[in-house]
Design a protein around this ligand. Structure first.
Ligand code: GNR
Ligand code: NI
Length: 211
C-alpha cells in the first residue's frame, strides 16, 4: 500500500518504543488505559476512497486503536465506525447497534453492545432486502435511502485474535454492511444517481476550501 500521512500515524503507533528512551526507567505498562477521540475524516478526503488492507496481526496498538474508535463513535455519536474514517486504511471496524430489547430505551437505560470486527468478510447475504435511510459521520448532514439485505452472516477476527462468525439482522446488519463498504472505499452517495452524487461532492469540496 502507498504510504500516506494517515497510515504513517498508524505505523508510528505500532512501532515499539526505542530502548534507549527507556533505559533505567521503571518498567512500564504494556498498554495505555486512556482512550482518545480521533478526528473523523470527511468527504472529499481521498482516504475514504482508498480500499483498506487486511490486518496482519492483533497487537496492542490495534487494540488501543479499536478502543479509541469506540470512544470516538460514542462521542460523535454514531452506531459504527470504519478504520479509514479515522485515517487508517486497514480492514477493521467497530459497531454498537444496541440490543434488540433496546427499543425505546433512553440514554440512561440503553445497554452498550460494542463489537470490534477485524478483517470482516460478509459470507452470506439474505434474499430479503429493505430500504433504510442511512447517515454517515464522514458526510455530515447527508441522508441516503439504501437498499440492503436484512440478514447477513459476517466472518471476522475478534479482539482476542480468534475467528468468529456472526449472524446479524436489523440495524446491526445494515451498519456492518455500511462499514464494510467503507473498507472497500464505498460511500452511501454511491447509491445515488451520478448527478445527485456530484452535487453533494461539489458542496463538500466547497466547504473544505472555505475551512
Ligand atoms: O452513525 C451512523 N448511523 C447510521 C445510520 C444508518 C445506517 C448506517 C449508519 S453508520 C453511521 C456512522 C458511520 O458513518 N459509520 O461509517
Ligand atoms: Ni459511514
Amino acid at each position: 500500500a502507498k504510504s500516506s500521512a494517515a497510515s504513517d500515524v498508524y505505523k508510528r503507533q505500532a512501532r515499539p518504543q526505542r530502548r534507549c528512551d527507556r533505559a533505567g526507567a521503571p518498567k512500564r505498562r504494556r498498554t495505555r488505559n486512556s482512550m482518545s477521540i480521533l478526528p473523523i475524516v470527511k468527504l472529499p478526503d481521498p482516504i475514504l476512497r482508498q480500499p483498506a488492507e487486511p490486518v496482519e496481526r492483533v497487537d496492542d496498538a490495534l487494540l488501543q486503536t479499536l478502543d479509541d474508535m469506540l470512544e470516538t463513535m460514542y462521542e460523535a455519536p454514531g452506531v459504527g465506525l470504519a478504520a479509514n474514517q479515522v485515517g487508517i486504511t486497514r480492514r477493521f471496524l467497530v459497531v454498537d447497534a444496541g440490543n434488540d430489547s433496546d427499543e425505546g430505551a433512553d440514554e440512561e437505560t440503553a445497554q452498550r453492545n460494542p463489537i470490534c470486527l477485524i478483517n470482516p468478510e460478509i459470507v452470506s447475504l439474505g434474499t430479503v432486502t429493505r430500504v433504510y435511510e442511512e447517515g454517515c459521520l464522514s458526510l455530515p448532514g447527508v441522508r441516503v435511502e439504501v437498499e440492503r439485505p436484512t440478514e447477513i452472516t459476517v466472518r471476522y477476527i475478534d479482539r482476542d485474535g480468534h475467528p468468529r462468525e456472526l449472524d446479524a439482522d436489523g440495524l446491526l446488519a445494515t451498519v456492518i454492511q455500511h462499514e464494510v463498504d467503507h473498507l472497500d472505499g464505498k460511500l452511501i452517495i454511491d447509491y445515488l444517481s451520478s448527478l445527485k452524487r456530484s452535487m453533494i461532492v461539489r458542496r463538500f469540496k466547497k466547504l473544505a476550501r472555505q475551512a
